[in-house]
Design a binder for this molecule. Structure first.
Ligand code: SF4
Length: 370
């Protein structure tokens, strides 16, 4: 398939691996901060092919996984209100909240609808003036422009029955949180190509300079990832710490001006809780005062709900890279894609789901060892 096959060529992949082996003189630890990249790395076994002790840590890059439990519980509280329609992307429906998930609520009669664009939710509101329609607006900088456009469109239409439950998160503050953690082992990053297509990469330059880590804006196909890893390792070997762009076919230094304007018009930066990690200062987006009337938390008075994570789930350690899914006692037994205990097992971009679909299993414990 054009534009895909050329980034999956096994001959070129082997050549990149050989070059990587040639430039690597010691083990290095890199983190990718994108669930799509995690999925490709695990599905293609790229992490298992890397030479010279190069290790990939899978960072907090899955938007579904980092959406805080409180927001899910708030979405479920809203969905149970009579006369309400809750609209969401499909992968949010199976994410477990404190007590249940949106899919189970739908089976019990709540009007929970899957949409493919936030504009679809605006359209539902326009066609259902007697109902309150709430869109669950989650994700990184990548989805923020479309959600901002939906808010602007609803305001233009003068809809009083549309609101958004916002839980947007921002990548650079999460990278700062990873780098300032006491047990941080990350020496270089692959930055998410889609996020940088919107935001550019200037925000990453102070991070690279302050923490002396190479950051390579990287795409999602196997050859993108191998080249991004090679570029990061080459910097480490040469003692450089710069921002480089592997994903030049999609990303420009300053990103997409129009998308950024829409984000700035509709959202302001706020502290945000990341599921499994905790609150990271200035790491999220909330509606600006101009659009406060479209804030579902205020409209439905659900902002004070607190939540309880499943006690067996170590998603926070997975998302910060201090553990892998194979370190979780529930992985593959009590927690599977059909019976997820935590968000990383739900989304296709979640590390636990990626491990599970790639068939990764814990090494069998011998009888003697037991
Ligand atoms: S395997 Fe399941 S329980 Fe364990 S960390 Fe992943 S999502 Fe949580």
């Amino acid at each position: 398939m054009r534009y895909l096959d050329e980034y999956r060529d096994p001959v070129l992949a082997r050549a990149l691996l050989a070059e990587l082996a040639q430039v690597t003189t010691r083990p290095w630890t890199l983190m990718e901060v994108c669930g799509g990249q995690t999925h490709t790395i695990v599905r293609q076994g790229i992490d298992e092919l890397l030479p010279g002790g190069i290790r990939m840590i899978h960072g907090p890059g899955c938007p579904v996984c980092v959406t805080p439990l409180e927001i899910l519980d708030q979405a479920m509280a809203i969905a149970q209100r009579p006369g309400t329609i809750l609209a969401s992307f499909g992968d949010m429906l199976r994410v477990p909240g404190s007590h249940t998930d949106l899919l189970s609520l739908r089976a019990r009669g709540a009007d929970v609808r899957v949409v493919y664009s936030p504009m679809d939710a605006v359209d539902i509101a326009r066609r259902s003036p007697q109902r309150q329609v709430v869109f669950l607006a989650v994700g990184f900088e990548t989805t923020a422009p479309a959600n901002a456009m939906a808010v602007l469109h609803a305001a233009e239409l003068g809809l009083t029955n549309f609101s958004v439950l916002v839980s947007h998160v921002l990548v650079p503050p999460a990278m700062t949180a990873v780098l300032t953690a006491a047990d941080c082992r990350v020496q270089g990053f692959l930055a998410a190509g889609h996020v940088c297509a919107v935001m550019g990469w200037t925000e990453y330059e102070p991070l690279a300079a302050t923490f002396r880590v190479p950051i390579v804006v990287t795409g999602f196909e196997p050859l993108d990832l191998l080249e991004g890893i090679l570029m990061a390792v080459r910097q480490l070997e040469q003692g450089r710490h710069e921002v480089e762009n592997q994903y030049a076919r999609a990303v420009r230094r300053h990103g997409n001006d129009e998308a950024q304007r829409a984000i700035r018009r509709v959202f302001r930066v706020t502290d945000r809780t990341w599921r499994g990690i905790g609150t990271i200062p200035a790491s999220g987006l909330a509606l600006t005062g101009e659009f406060a009337a479209l804030d579902a938390q205020r409209r439905f008075g659900v902002g004070r709900l607190t939540a309880r994570e499943h006690p067996d789930c170590v998603a926070g350690d997975i998302l910060t890279g201090t553990k892998t899914p194979l370190d979780c006692a529930a992985y593959g037994t009590r927690c599977t894609p059909r019976t997820p205990l935590g968000a990383p097992m739900v989304s296709a971009e979640g590390t636990c789901a990626a491990y599970h679909s790639a068939g990764r299993r814990r090494p069998a414990t011998s009888r003697a060892a037991r």
